[in-house]
Ligand binder design. Structure first.
Ligand code: FAD
Length: 467
């Protein structure tokens, strides 16, 4: 049997690995438009050591991911973060991150007393007395930012929720769906609605926090779960291992422009030869829409409906880290005047293995959905902006600290937008795929953008394709 996989990002490579693992006799060919594999995983060889310019961490509390990396033989290559806290920046000052929130959403005014005005604190405390949220269990989906704005006001959204979720999804939270991005909150609303309780935001957040506290007390006294992990030599370790162990033939610089179905199998336009028995699309949604239009026309419209967010990462290596705050990074509130960066990761503080290289490594991130003009700026202007913002926010003068090395990575359409209509769109895509023989679709727009979610989705798609 011959299988073609389009796209050699994490989804395509993981699917190839899974197919080979389950069915070693299957002949797999992967077609990748770029001149390298990995997609949004991209490790760049800085002089001081390999450095990720796309994804840089994974959610280590997802044990399935750690188990998978162990299965790949990479267990000893996984590293832990320092645990230094991150900071928030707004109103010309840095602030500590609040504890006891659900993705920045508090249950009480006192939790965020240092971050918002007293009017907002009172709104949070009085929210449970307001009429309940119109929520139908298992059905309702709505804008995350829209709901929090309506219940708590703008400050919580712009200073916290958009900042937390914005980092993950490259969007302000108004553009994100609750069910799509904080499923545990949606589930709690579902539980409240189905038991006939009044549905309130503070009530739901409180319930989630209580549950987390109860889970925590089940463990030993000083138990601190490891939330994030990374690879010692960067994500290249993962994508190169997947490519090698999958034993697939990988064609790079192989842009596929269409797929046709003949009686003998699938034929690719642009690269490849002969017929393929099965095909797996692991390309971003708009590209997949173009590729499937002849073989799965009903999937074209929902795939096209998935919007993408663009961003740019500026990686900077400084000779000295004197004056850089002892923190893992800083998240910037939306619409903060005079500052364009949305976040800084102090990689050399966040990751001890990077800190051990000496000097400082800082990643600045810019751009989000609907506000991405900066992703097209000239490289020099981007680096200047990164240095200026870093100095404004932290006082650290990167020019004086000795800027040894720079890498600018633009991610046009880097992340799918998990909008309030996203889950319905994905359900439509899945229904068409389920009705089509010998074809599967995987990718970060299907079942979560994080590395563990992408891996789980791709493995499941590979299973379905070969069942
Ligand atoms: C800046 C940034 C930071 C991130 N940080 C994190 C993080 O810290 N932790 C985390 O868990 N996740 C993070 N993510 C998310 C994660 O990296 C992605 O969700 C994941 O890597 C996506 O993998 P994928 O294979 O689905 O898609 P992609 O990586 O986009 O792969 C798709 C591949 O298809 C190829 N392709 C496209 N069109 C064609 C065509 N016509 N023919 C052939 N090939 C084609 C592309 O070149 C690409 O290689 C981040 C994402 C970005 C953009």
């Amino acid at each position: 049997m011959r299988v073609a996989i389009i796209g050699a990002g994490l989804s395509g490579l993981t699917a190839a690995w899974e197919i080979h693992y389950q069915h070693p006799g299957v002949e797999i060919e992967i077609f990748e438009a770029a001149d390298r594999i990995g997609g949004k995983l991209y490790t760049v060889p800085f002089t001081a050591g390999p450095t990720d310019m796309g994804a840089e961490a994974y959610l280590a509390i997802r044990v399935d991911a750690t188990q998978f990396f162990t299965q790949l033989g990479l267990r000893d290559e996984l590293v832990k973060p320092s645990g230094l806290p991150s900071l928030l920046y707004f109103n010309d000052a840095v602030h500590e991150m609040p504890r006891n929130t659900v993705m920045g959403i508090p249950a009480s005014g006192s939790t965020v007393a240092k971050l918002v005005d007293i009017h907002t604190q009172a709104r949070i405390d009085d929210e449970a007395d307001q009429p309940g949220i119109a929520w139908v269990a298992g059905v309702t989906e709505m804008s995350l930012g829209g709901l929090v704005r309506a219940r708590y006001g703008d400050q919580i959204v712009d200073r916290l929720v958009s900042v937390f979720q914005g980092g993950v999804f490259s969007c302000i939270s108004d553009d994100l769906g609750i069910r799509a991005t904080i499923p545990q909150l949606a589930q709690t609303f579902d539980d409240m609605a189905s038991s006939g309780e009044k549905v309130t935001l503070s009530g739901a957040v409180n319930r989630i926090l209580e549950r987390q506290k109860a889970d925590h007390t089940k463990h030993a006294k000083n138990y601190r779960p490891q939330v994030f992990g990374a690879f010692r030599q960067g994500y290249q370790q993962l994508y190169e291992t997947l490519a090698e162990q999958s034993e697939a033939t990988i064609h790079i610089d192989a842009f596929i422009s269409g797929v046709a179905k003949k009686s003998q199998g699938f034929v690719l336009k642009g690269a490849g030869s002969g017929f393929y028995d099965r095909i797996l699309f692991a390309t971003p949604a708009p590209t997949t829409a173009m590729l499937v239009k002849d073989i799965m026309p009903a999937a074209e419209a929902p795939l096209k409906a998935v919007k993408l967010a663009s961003s740019v990462v500026v990686g900077m290596k400084f000779a000295s880290d004197e004056g850089l705050p002892d923190n893992s990074g800083i998240l910037v509130a939306t619409n903060e005047p005079g500052v364009k960066a949305k976040a800084f990761t102090f990689s050399s503080k966040k990751w001890p293995h990077i800190g051990a290289r000496g000097g400082a490594l800082v990643r600045a991130s810019f751009g989000r959905f609907g506000d991405d003009e900066i992703t097209r700026w000239e490289e020099d202007a981007l680096v200047d902006q990164a240095l200026d913002d870093l100095r404004t926010i932290t006082g650290f003068d990167g020019r004086a600290a000795g800027l040894d090395e720079i890498y600018v990575q633009r991610w046009f359409g880097g992340l799918p937008v998990y909008s309030p209509t996203h889950l319905a769109t994905v359900a439509e895509i899945e229904a068409v795929v389920a009705d089509t023989e010998d074809v599967e679709i995987a990718g970060s727009f299907m079942r979560g953008v994080g590395v563990p979610a992408v891996i789980a989705d791709a493995r499941a798609a590979a299973h379905r394709l070969l069942k």
